[in-house]
Design a protein around this ligand. Sequence first.
Ligand SMILES: [Zn+2]
Length: 308
Amino acid sequence: MSFLFLDHLEPDSLWNLESQKMLASFRSPPETLIGSGEYLLYGDITREWGHWIIEQFINQKYLTGTASQFGIAEIYADVMDKIEKLYDHKLSYDDIKLNSRKISKLVYSQVQLFNQASNMQARRSISLEMKENLLNTFGPKPRCWLTGYEFSEEVIENFISSSGKGTTDLVLPRYIDQYLPIGRKARDITIEVDHLYPYSLGGKDELDNYRLVCGWSNAVKSNYITAYSGSSGHLNQNEYYPRSYYYWALRSIGLKRKCEVKGCTNTIENSQLTVCSSWGEDMLITPASMKVVCKEHSITRHDRYIKR
Ligand SMILES: [Zn+2]
């Protein structure tokens, strides 16, 4: 735990190379700090590294012309030339070929994504049939895929009809959970079709990448993909906590999908989930200390649910 007390965490050490080297020598935080958030802290950093490793193989020439100028064969040859840099030992020729084939596919997709970013194709519009499919895929009652928030009849009706009826007549909840403040405005409780893996980052514009989520979750999730995206954001005017807190909550709930209280069988398919700190009911949440709980088990700190 000693690194917490180092001067190196002081703000004025941010651009100091020696301080940074010192911090880097703490390869992994102690177990007590990681707590139940191990899967978020380690899993998501591996995701970030994975992206960077693939991007290392992108030659700038792939990005300057049109995407079609560089086919996978050309990328494959370049990858083969560099692949051994990833290993601390010599690879057999067969391994070079095999790994290069796999990596060049990933590099190729990434190049296409970069080249398409400037001329994004219009997203597919969601047909009525697809909407009904989506409504039926999730448990007995349609709920937000990321929080378990149950959609009301009128919200479902609005979603299906798309009559442009608007959201002004939706009944908002009286009490709002500060850790998951869904329902402060009409958009929060509406049904939106989310690209689970963000479209702007290469997620498919297809049914298996679609999920129904509440408007609040969709706005918070945006195109974040790991707990490190947008970490330590600022407090927004209209929220109780910095936006990153809400994203951490969504990432945690969406992954675990069930109440973590021992013996409780509530899941995201039959109840609305929320988070609390495993350190105590009035403690702030972090990716390390966060615990997923159902509404019944969400600790009823007297001021947690507040009047809208
Ligand atoms: Zn529970």
